[in-house]
Write a protein that binds this ligand. Structure first.
Ligand code: SF4
Ligand code: SF4
Length: 467
């Protein structure tokens, strides 16, 4: 029932609003009834667009929904993030040592006490995922596939649109969820790191072949296309955040992302072109920025990407190729607009690390942010400190509570997401509905071990026409 303080609404109100919106949708400037959110999963027409299947309510736009001042954007040094040793740059080595020690003590205590989501079997699952996620990566790729030259045949040729279609089809088969392409120019080159996390410089040179030395990784100027791709995380598992059980699905995604990278590098090599990958996890370039430019999602209040298909439940990866591919445009699915009113992640963040401001800002929070875009900048030190001192994991509460972290199957969720992009006036109502149905509540970690989840815990049919 109605409780303004808790932003609850009655079922009657919900049905009234739903009815009003349904009729508004029917009367509005929307696609024909065959594309209503109740009936349509994907636009059949979009299937013809080089294998790129998106929900109908995703609009391609010339400029992303995050404002960018390209003059202020600089190539970022990946060592300035708070990952790994980067934390010590800002908080000091002594604080990092203290937190690591605390983290280890908490782990042992929770295992001994059998805390749900932190039992020995939960940690064992996490360790198992780490074995692949932390596997060796290669900038130049495995380089084992036969090149066309070695086969004595000409290299593959096709239009940029055909190349995009072929890459999408193969990468989806390798395990990528969504794939987009960014053409490198004077601006978008700034989204490639100046230095990788291991300290090697990343430089562009007028050479034919990419190469790597002990000091630098060299990208040929002719390699002008970034392949950006997402790999799904298990929503059902992340709903158990902030436990170590939930963390392991992120590691699973990193492992699967690595597999997609290797295979794509070999695939492109076998076509007769070069494909340069992340030399370590989170290397090469700024994932959220490249994903936004590739139209895979929008920047959100979390200062991370929310995708129309999977919400925040993805990890993002990237590679660079000299195979000319048709670039994609950024999108507007109403996500950034929705974040202005929602604030659910920021309110739920136990570390108060996310912005509660009404409007995004040009002011960064610390050296871990790259200036030049108007965003809800986060306090990464507070976030990391909470992870190590209390969560005992990589947390993920902000992912789990996000109203976009839903499976696509239920019509309500389609309607909610469709309403967001077409009728921003309903954003506040939809957030209230999300609260009312307790969608953000943490699920029972013990119960997870009794579920019959699909492979990798994910739904692989959300972005397909052909199963
Ligand atoms: S991961 Fe956790 S601590 Fe970090 S921003 Fe999200 S909710 Fe806050
Ligand atoms: S929880 Fe709300 S404010 Fe946060 S990212 Fe999701 S939609 Fe945006």
């Amino acid at each position: 029932m109605v409780d303004e303080g808790k932003k609850l609404i009655s079922r009657r109100d919900f049905l009234r609003i739903a009815g009003l919106s349904a009729s508004s949708i029917a009367a509005g400037n929307l696609p024909s009834t065959s594309h209503t959110p109740l009936m349509s999963k994907m636009s059949p027409l979009s299937k013809q667009a080089a294998g790129k299947v998106r929900p109908w309510w995703v609009r391609e736009v010339d400029q992303p929904t995050v404002e960018i001042d390209w003059d202020q954007v600089r190539r970022f040094d990946a060592r300035n993030t708070v990952r790994g040793l980067g934390f010590a740059k800002y908080a000091g080595q002594a604080e990092l040592d203290r937190l690591n020690k605390l983290d280890a003590e908490i782990e042992k205590k929770r295992i001994l006490e059998g805390i749900p989501g932190y039992t020995l079997q939960d940690y064992a699952l996490n360790d198992a995922q780490a074995s692949i996620a932390r596997g060796k990566r290669y900038f130049l790729g495995p380089q084992e596939a036969q090149t066309p030259e070695e086969r004595g045949v000409p290299k593959w040729t096709g239009s940029p649109a055909e190349a995009a279609r072929v890459l999408r089809a193969s990468m989806r088969h390798f395990g990528a969820a969504t794939i987009g392409f960014v053409q490198l120019d004077e601006n978008t080159r700034k989204l490639i790191y100046s230095h990788d996390p291991d300290g090697k410089k990343i430089v562009f040179e007028e050479v034919d072949e990419a190469y790597e030395t002990s000091a630098k990784r060299v990208i040929p100027n002719k390699a002008k296309w970034v392949i950006v791709y997402t790999v799904q995380m298990s929503t059902e598992t992340m709903k158990r955040a902030p436990t170590i059980l939930a963390e392991q699905t992120t590691k699973l995604s990193y492992g699967r992302g690595l597999e997609v990278q290797f295979k794509t590098q070999e695939f492109i090599r076998a076509l007769g072109y070069q494909c340069l990958g992340e030399a370590s996890s989170n290397a090469l370039g700024i994932s959220p920025a490249l994903a936004v430019m590739a139209g895979l999602g929008e920047l959100s209040r979390q200062n991370r990407v929310i995708t129309p298909e999977f919400g925040p439940m993805v990890r993002i990866f990237k590679m660079i190729t000299d195979l000319p591919v048709e670039p994609d445009k950024p999108i507007d699915a109403g996500i950034m607009e929705f974040c202005r009113q929602c604030k659910k992640c920021a309110e739920a963040c136990p570390a108060s690390a996310l912005s509660l401001d009404d409007e995004p800002s040009w002011e960064t929070t610390g050296g871990w942010n790259n200036p030049g875009h108007k965003a809800y900048f986060e306090d990464s030190i507070k976030c990391r400190t909470y992870m190590k001192s209390e969560a005992g994991s990589n947390c993920g509460i902000c992912f789990a509570v996000c109203p976009f972290a839903k499976k696509e199957k239920a019509w309500l969720h389609q309607w909610v997401k469709a309403g967001v992009s077409t009728f921003p006036v309903f954003d506040g109502v939809i957030r209230s509905m999300d609260d009312a149905f307790s969608y953000g509540a943490q699920k029972n970690p013990e119960e997870w071990w009794y579920l019959d989840l699909p492979e990798f815990g994910i739904d692989t049919e959300q972005t397909t026409n052909d199963g």
